[in-house]
Ligand binder design. Structure first.
Ligand SMILES: [Mn+2]
Length: 354
């Protein structure tokens, strides 16, 4: 019950300029933090919860919603339920069966009472003053999807590492998430000014967004199963449909980058491939050809889509039309010019496998 005693000294990884900023808390919207988990180590989950409770001003934290995606782990049953009852603001709901990360996040989002949603992975640690800079950005402009700056927590020692240099979220033509290094002047600018910088796609482990705006642009695409592609899809959608995607330099969040980010029921590769096909078909217009050229498996899987898949895909295409979103070429030229089109006119382009 004594939260302060559970706090530790962590390295404050924010750029020094951030420590000079002040925020008028009475003017900031309140946040609901949504944390889905599946068989997370209890200690890691509690580290996430306590860091949010300890490092968020009471007046700005509406609630923390834990969504158990049907974890069989015993520690996460009665022991967690009993412990959570001792904590202020923490709600625990459990899925009857596995729903995956994306659907679990949306379950939390629908319950949330705060005007701002913050989706957080269950293996995170919020750093000092993590919340105010995010909320202040949303106060200034609701039509954006934000992420804090992510510091890696070492998966073995569980220590928070030194902050990395500034990267933006990108993707390869097979729609895997990649990082691109910000240019030297962008890096200097970010650390000197503490101002947010734009990013083409989201890393996905922590996302902050105005609840109404998120609903307006179609929430997470719940046709994406379990995990995979949702961070790229949301990046495309926000940019192409009149919003923007930003990394908030002064908000720092520790995160354990796991080898397997989320546990799957079923064939992981196949689920992710189908998700990526869905993202491609919804958003990439004529540039889909580069995606399909990157590996032949996508064409095979595309042929396997059934009527139900195609119907739900059409619903997303309709959403895109109704929102009056720009085309993918606009996105590539304006937001992601660093990514070059593959050499389709060369003799061969593609993969080598054994
Ligand atoms: Mn994660």
């Amino acid at each position: 019950s004594d939260q302060q005693s559970l706090d530790r000294n962590v390295p404050d990884t924010r750029p020094p300029i951030c420590k000079t900023f002040t925020y008028d808390r009475s003017n900031l919207p309140k946040a609901s933090v949504i944390i889905p988990f599946y068989n997370e180590a209890l200690s890691m989950l509690l580290r996430t919860i306590h860091s949010v409770l300890n490092r968020s001003p009471d007046s700005l934290l509406n609630e923390i919603i834990l969504v158990d995606d049907c974890s069989p782990d015993e520690h996460l049953q009665q022991p967690l339920a009993t412990y959570v009852k001792l904590l202020p603001k923490v709600k625990l709901v459990r899925n009857d069966k596995r729903q995956g990360l994306i659907v679990s996040r949306m379950r939390g989002a629908r319950m949330a009472e705060g005007p701002v949603l913050i989706f957080l992975d269950a293996h995170s640690e919020a750093n000092e003053m993590w919340l105010e800079p995010l909320l202040d950005e949303i106060r200034k402009n609701k039509k954006q999807v934000l992420q804090p700056f992510t510091d890696a927590i070492d998966a073995m020692s569980l220590e928070i590492g030194e902050p990395g240099i500034y990267h933006k979220g990108s993707f390869s033509w097979d729609l895997r998430y990649t990082w691109i290094k910000a240019t030297e002047h962008e890096q200097k600018d970010a650390s000197d000014t503490g101002l947010p910088f734009f990013t083409p796609t989201l890393v996905g482990c922590a996302i902050a967004v105005d609840k109404n705006y998120f609903e307006e642009i179609g929430n997470f695409d719940e046709g994406l199963k379990v995990w995979g592609g949702e961070n790229i899809e949301l990046g495309f959608r926000a940019w192409m449909c009149g919003g923007k995607v930003t990394t908030v330099t002064c908000s720092h969040m520790g995160h354990v980058f796991k080898e397997f980010p989320y546990t799957f029921d079923g064939d992981k590769e196949e689920i992710v491939q189908k998700n990526l096909i869905r993202v491609t078909e919804t958003w990439m217009d004529g540039m889909r050809k580069y995606f399909y050229a990157s590996t032949r498996i996508f064409s095979y899987k595309r042929a396997e889509l059934n009527d139900e898949d195609l119907q739900s895909l059409n619903e997303r295409k309709l959403l895109r039309k109704n929102l009056g979103c720009k085309n993918f070429e606009w996105y590539m030229y304006n937001i992601m010019p660093q990514l070059e089109a593959p050499p389709m006119d060369s003799v061969f382009y593609g993969e080598v496998t054994n």
